[in-house]
Ligand binder design. Structure first.
Ligand SMILES: [Zn+2]
Length: 335
């Protein structure tokens, strides 16, 4: 894996938000701040079309500061809000889709999201994100005394997303961007409706949070997927192999080449976790999700995982245990 922007690579390492940069002819990267110390920015992309109109990929977290940063960036590239034609999100999360609502309302920007993620947003109702309840805690075998500590949310400060996309994207739709051919590829896993966008002519692929250069994305963070989410995610990684030789424009971190290597490392990370769960279940076939999770290796240590982090660890453990118990893992480990 080779970073393709020193400015982005250095900013990521230092944990600061880098300035606007150019990726390719007519393609710009605008890092947009988000309130997360581990992940200080989303990479938003601006594409100028043949009619000099601008298309945004992943507008970013909804804030006055990000709207102002976008306005400034548009000025730098010789454009303005009234020339923004569309904004497309790779998935439903606040740090990618959040600002879309304001662009739609204030400037009539046409908003695109996968139809699967729009359905997931609709199903979420008044919750600011996927929520876990006492029903999940009971299914996971969480001891009564531990349940209260799991209840607080990751999404402090996030509002309910009420935006409805104007264009509901399906694979293999083409984005309506004059002069460019950008195709939609379904890559379920991070969310059920996560998509990657490929510009084969310019040799670019926008991966959202499906593949990231510096962390391994979480799985199953929005919408229900048919089948096991880990297996689905790993299959979606394989589906990107046709873009192994193009530059990757991810949703966080820095742009890079070497997608094949990153896909393999990401799949191996999740396979290791499933193997670990399989080993625990080998000795304790009836173990609860809580029991398995507490025996797995976590970077922060099990005791160090508090509140929403422990809840997320339990949700991830359930997916890996499911992958062992439904036989997917046997099939994969026999590959
Ligand atoms: Zn993200």
């Amino acid at each position: 894996m080779q970073p393709t922007s020193t400015a982005l690579f250095d900013a990521n390492a230092a944990g600061r938000v880098p300035p606007l940069g150019q990726v390719a002819a007519g393609v710009w990267v605008l890092p947009q701040a988000m309130p997360n110390p581990q992940l200080p920015y989303t990479l938003s992309y601006l594409i100028v079309d043949a009619d000099d109109r601008v298309h945004v990929i992943d507008p970013g977290w909804d804030s006055d500061e990000n709207l102002a940063a976008l306005e400034e960036a548009l000025g730098v590239i010789g454009s303005s809000f009234d020339r923004v034609a569309s904004a497309t999100a790779t998935h439903l999360h606040h740090d990618h889709f959040g600002l879309a609502g304001r662009l739609q309302q204030a400037f009539g920007v046409r908003i695109g999201l996968s139809s699967v993620d729009q359905q997931a947003l609709d199903a979420q109702g008044s919750a600011p994100g996927p929520s876990f309840t006492a029903v999940d805690f009971d299914r996971w075998g969480v001891p009564d005394a531990e349940q209260a500590g799991l209840a607080d949310t990751f999404l402090a400060g996030a509002t309910v997303i009420e935006t409805r996309a104007d264009v509901l994207l399906q694979p293999v739709d083409r984005l309506d961007i004059p002069g460019r051919t950008i195709t939609v590829h379904a890559t379920p896993g991070h969310t059920a409706g996560s998509i990657c966008l490929a510009d084969s002519e310019a040799r670019l692929v926008f991966t959202g949070d499906h593949v990231l250069p510096m962390i391994f994305p979480g799985i199953g963070l929005g919408g229900r997927m048919p089948g096991n989410p880990v297996t689905t995610y790993i299959d979606s990684l394989s589906a990107l192999s046709e873009f192994d030789d193009v530059e990757v424009l991810p949703g966080h971190g820095y742009t890079f080449t070497g997608l094949a290597e990153r896909r393999a490392a990401t799949a191996a990370h999740h396979d290791r976790r499933t193997a670990e769960a399989a080993a625990v279940l080998g000795g304790h076939p009836d173990a609860s999700i809580w029991d398995v999770a507490s025996r797995l290796h976590w970077t922060a240590g099990w005791e160090g995982l508090r509140g929403p982090y422990r809840r997320s660890a339990l949700a991830q453990t359930e997916m890996h245990v499911g992958r062992v118990r439904n036989g997917d893992w046997e099939r994969y480990s026999a590959r």
